[in-house]
Design a binder for this molecule. Structure first.
Ligand SMILES: [Zn+2]
Length: 339
């Protein structure tokens, strides 16, 4: 899906030995990013640390987010994305020095096992108590990555963490983005942290935000909204999310679901299979590509200018494809029953 404008510029179109390599897209190839989708500016080291509420802070490099609680008994870190890396330590030092509380990290909570949110965990050493869902432990044991030490404190459904007079409620409500992704509620800070489901102000990236359980992913925002909170730490981009951000995300997903249902009913598969002859898989591709493109087109048009990167079409196309497959395979029917 080449955008006109990405071609014809000197030095931007790369080709190797007959392989076509997509040239780096210029921001000018796409609609302007809504100002509301952007966050605060980063400092010289490349991070921003902001107060969420009271002694709860979040840290961002513009693309990833982590959080920490600065208590009189030490610091509790929530996620350690490698892209923030050493800047997480710098942000903690900056805040704890200013607030006059110890900068020692005593606990580290994993939202889920993925490396892109946990790969700097090792920076906090072995003296830190790591906490995570029991499935996070199982997956980290499987993956065997020294950058992500396994959590020694695990739980199956809920866990209450109390440090320095603060309380954090961890809960697992079933698989969504990953099998182990948890809800992290800060009842004393009017905040919920749920990673990799809603991207505040932006569309999900490829394949329903690279999610494994599509029905679980689609249901997660409603579970998030069932909690009382004002501030939402979504794990990506530069700013905190609001309840409105979650509602817009829900509308985007609901619109895709409705559009998929319409397209599945409207596109006749027979001509694609007839045209493909004995290449049945070519027939599958023809049919499903037609459904996907028909379903995604009105969504891309509707959300361009509303959610950032809605016009980077591959994101909505791949998310639409995944939701279509989930409607067929999880919810059913996948097709008519032969008489
Ligand atoms: Zn993830």
């Amino acid at each position: 899906m080449h955008r006109e404008g990405s071609h014809g510029r000197q030095g931007t179109c790369l080709r190797f030995k007959g392989d076509t390599v997509t040239s780096p897209a210029s921001g000018d190839d796409y609609a302007p990013i809504p100002r509301s989708a952007l966050g605060p500016a980063l400092n010289e080291q490349g991070y921003y640390v902001g107060r969420v509420q009271r002694n709860l802070y979040y840290v961002t490099d513009g693309v990833y987010q982590a959080a920490f609680l600065a208590t009189p008994d030490g610091v509790v870190v929530f996620d350690a994305p490698p892209s923030i890396g050493g800047n997480l330590r710098r942000a903690i030092d900056e805040i704890t020095a200013a607030e006059g509380v110890p900068g020692t990290v005593t606990h580290l909570v994993y939202s889920h096992h993925h490396h892109d949110h946990a790969g700097a965990s090792f920076l906090f050493g072995e003296g830190v108590t790591r906490i995570g869902h029991e499935e996070t432990r199982r997956l980290l044991l499987r993956d065997g990555d020294p950058a992500r030490p396994v959590p020694e404190v695990t739980f199956a459904s809920t866990y209450t963490l109390q440090v320095g007079g603060e309380r954090v409620e961890l809960a697992w409500h079933g698989p969504n983005h990953s099998p182990d992704n948890i809800y992290i509620h800060f009842p004393g800070h009017d905040t919920l942290m749920l990673i990799d489901v809603v991207n505040a102000g932006w569309v999900p990236i490829y394949n329903v935000n690279l999610s494994e359980d599509v029905p679980g992913y689609m249901a997660a925002p409603a579970i998030a909204l069932d909690y009382p909170w004002t501030h939402f730490i979504c794990g990506h981009l530069a700013r905190l999310a609001t309840r409105d951000d979650v509602a817009v995300h829900q509308a985007y997903i609901a619109d895709i679901e409705a559009s998929v249902k319409e397209a599945l009913a409207a596109v006749d598969p027979v001509p694609y299979y007839v045209a493909a002859g004995e290449n049945f898989w070519a027939g599958v591709k023809g049919h499903l590509d037609a459904v996907t493109e028909r379903a995604a087109a009105p969504i891309i048009a509707k959300y361009t200018g509303v959610l950032a990167a809605a016009d980077v079409e591959v994101f909505t196309l791949t998310t639409t494809f995944q939701i279509m497959q989930s409607l067929r395979l999880d919810r059913g029917p996948s097709g008519p029953v032969h008489p």
